[in-house]
Design a protein. Sequence first.
Length: 156
Amino acid sequence: MAASVASGRRSCSAAGIRCSPTSRSNPSSVTAKRTTKVLASCDKAENSTDFIEFLLAAILTALREAGSAEPSEQVGAQVSEQVAKILKTCARSPRTKAELLKSAGLANAYLNYKRHIQPLVADGVLEMTIPDKPNSRLQKYRLTEMGRASRSQNQP
């Protein structure tokens, strides 16, 4: 804004349009009519800075609201169900990554391994049968004592 004052141009704020954080906090207030009003005011003032800030604030508000959504309970329940299936499969005997993912109804893909098996290994619930060779084709996973205890607590 200092540049517009120094150059003698009126800013959109001086024209009566405020793009303060309080006016941006409600995304429903960003209507076509309001956008048009801000654009007209900034055009009249020959300064697009406030309009750009206005649009960026609207986009930022929308992104924050979209990103702040917590995972639904359904997703949490589904993941818990998949973890329970993995633990149940490992309870019988050591299993391969493919067997564990299949038992949980998941594809044998790295992302599923990373989301479901790696956290269990990191938390000490599962352990590798060949810890010195994590990429071995013969690698299998088995329940640890902690895994057995957590499985017995979660069984009905």
